[in-house]
Design a protein around this ligand. Structure first.
Ligand code: IMP
Length: 197
């Protein structure tokens, strides 16, 4: 579909304004603009982020019929055998950051990583295409909320930083975040695929 923008606008199906703001800033690096589509796309229960993202993007496409991306993220804590992983959203809603820190009480090994999968689908494709990003870090001993961020940002400190994601502004978070990495992979592919110059 041509929006008279030469394909320079990418639509993101999400209800999360924080994710959208982060994504806009990454797209700007590639001279792309981003539109937010507040579509409630269905999420399946799966241990596999890619499977969840693929299902969601097809579901979003059915509703809007325009080229679209979705993004799905998970938090994998080593000492908890990868928990909450793809169930991060449920865990955040139920026990939240304080609950997760309680589960980690007296746990010395605090390594964790965030993973993101961006899935893109358009009518020209036979199946969704996925792009991945990951960031290693650790779960802090206490909640360290700064002035920005969302979700687990106040308890996740990426490697080689002394700040949690919540203590960073979006620009700093985007320098290393799982989501920014996945989105950059997507943007590179999108520009090459759409032959945008
Ligand atoms: P979602 O299913 O991708 O929306 O994310 C799963 C859960 O992880 C939600 O509770 C989000 O708040 C949380 N989450 C996802 N991405 C991030 C992030 O970049 N920072 C902190 N929490 C996140």
């Amino acid at each position: 579909m041509n929006f008279q923008t030469g394909g320079r606008v990418v639509f993101f199906a999400t209800n999360n304004l924080n994710k959208f703001r982060e994504a806009c800033m990454v797209m700007r690096e590639f001279n792309l603009a981003m539109g937010m589509l507040r579509i409630k796309s269905l999420e399946i229960q799966s241990e596999n982020l890619e499977e969840i993202a693929k299902f969601s993007v097809l579901n979003a496409f059915e509703k809007c019929c325009i080229p679209i991306i979705v993004e799905d993220a998970g938090l994998f804590i080593e000492a908890l055998n990868g928990f909450p992983g793809p169930y991060a959203s449920y865990v955040y809603r139920t026990i939240g950051n304080e609950g997760l820190l309680k589960l980690m009480e007296n746990v010395k090994l605090r390594k964790a990583n965030f993973r993101s999968v961006v899935a893109y689908f358009s009518a020209e494709l036979a199946a969704p295409i996925c792009f991945k990003g990951e960031v290693a870090g650790e779960i802090t001993e206490e909640v360290r909320a700064g002035s920005s961020g969302f979700g687990f940002d106040p308890i996740f400190r990426p490697e080689r930083s002394d700040k949690t994601f919540a203590e960073m502004d979006i620009k700093e978070k985007n320098m290393c975040s799982h989501r920014a990495k996945a989105l950059r992979e997507f943007a590179k592919w999108y520009i090459a695929h759409k032959r945008i110059v």
